[in-house]
Design a binder for this molecule. Structure first.
Ligand SMILES: [Zn+2]
Ligand SMILES: [Zn+2]
Length: 178
């Protein structure tokens, strides 16, 4: 859906849309959308700002990724508000100015005519909600380094000796410190 600047010059643009899994391309994120993605909100051109656009709303969906520890499915229900501001691209800072931008200003996006694509905004907002560590649960025990079994499903009773490299380097460090 195009949030048309021309239309916003006449009226505020409400939106309420649903995208089925697969309709929004999330492929480069490693995540899959498993439930419908529902977004509602309002886009408006702010008066006396030289063309600043505000897009405010709420997006809801469910994403799934591979668990970082056990390679099983990790599910992330997402329900997040957003309140975003965009300036016309002509007012984007040049490279030299960019360095001087403070952190608050860096949150500002830019748009080109004919306007903003709502799907692009939602894709970004949804992916921002994915945690850095994608685990199926905080208690996930991961995969056994000895037999390769999923420790959540079977207790394999393999003995993992604390003789691996990581442990040794810690011991060495300890000796050096003394
Ligand atoms: Zn897991
Ligand atoms: Zn094992």
């Amino acid at each position: 859906m195009l949030l048309s600047i021309k239309e916003m010059e006449v009226r505020k643009l409400p939106f309420a849309e649903t995208w089925k899994p697969g309709e929004l391309d999330l492929s480069d994120s490693g995540a899959t959308q498993t439930g419908p993605l529902v977004a509602k909100g309002l886009a408006e051109l702010l008066p006396h700002t030289g063309g600043e656009v505000r897009v405010k709303g709420q997006v809801e969906t469910t994403l799934e990724t591979e668990c970082d520890r056990c390679l099983g499915r990790a599910t992330f229900p997402i329900d997040t508000p957003f309140d975003l501001f965009y300036k016309p691209i002509e007012s984007a800072p040049t490279h030299e100015e960019e360095v001087a931008i403070d952190e608050g200003e860096a949150e500002m996006g830019f748009y080109e005519l004919p306007g903003l694509v709502l799907e692009d905004i939602l894709r970004e907002q949804v992916l921002l909600q994915l945690p850095m560590q994608r685990v199926c649960s905080d208690a996930c025990k991961g995969i056994c380094p000895v037999c390769g079994g999923n420790r959540n499903e079977t207790d394999c009773h393999c003995e993992v000796h604390p003789g691996d490299d990581r442990w040794n380097s810690l011991k060495n460090l300890h000796i050096e410190l003394q």
